[in-house]
Design a protein around this ligand. Sequence first.
Ligand code: HEM
Ligand code: HEM
Length: 134
Amino acid sequence: MKASILCFRAAVLLVLAGMLWGIVMGISQNHSTMPAHAHLNLLGWVSLFLFGIYYHLHPAVDRSRLASLQVWIWIAGTIVMTIGVGLVHSGHEIGDPIAAASSLLVLADTLLFGWLVFRPEPAELASRSSVPAE
Ligand code: HEM
Ligand code: HEM
């Protein structure tokens, strides 16, 4: 599956979860886990959707395994970070190391995305290595 398709599908599933979380917060009038809801939506909906647009605009990167890996790590990092932050804000200290580790994972994955953005694109690499026609 192309990385962009994976981004858009996962983003839709995560925003549905984030919205349900928001609705539950509203109904219960308990907003204590708001940062977990906010980051589920911001990492899982906004950021993933933006990654998807970038990949769609760069078809050679979109088809690469590294791009799919970047998206899968992001999805896993977002889910674990949401759980960790949710636990912290509902008074469970065990959430602290979970939130910390997943934040670092998300940071590392952003560096991986940065590498995909800054490196020459696969098509460009291929044309550089081919012998120019006489
Ligand atoms: C059905 C949809 C949604 C509902 C019912 C909902 C509900 C809520 C509620 C009750 C809060 C707590 C507000 C407070 O205590 O001040 C909140 C905060 C927040 N929500 Fe949502 N939300 C929804 C969708 C979204 C989406 C799609 C995003 C992001 C794209 C989002 C981003 C945020 C952010 C960033 C905050 C924190 C705002 C702040 O710092 O004050 N929410 N939401
Ligand atoms: C490794 C990634 C990230 C970490 C560790 C992180 C951490 C935090 C922390 C500690 C807060 C304060 C929460 C509180 O007051 O209890 C916060 C708030 C906020 N962050 Fe992030 N953040 C990350 C990524 C992002 C991204 C990518 C966005 C936007 C796309 C974002 C948007 C916000 C917003 C809007 C708030 C205020 C709403 C809230 O209090 O939850 N963050 N973040």
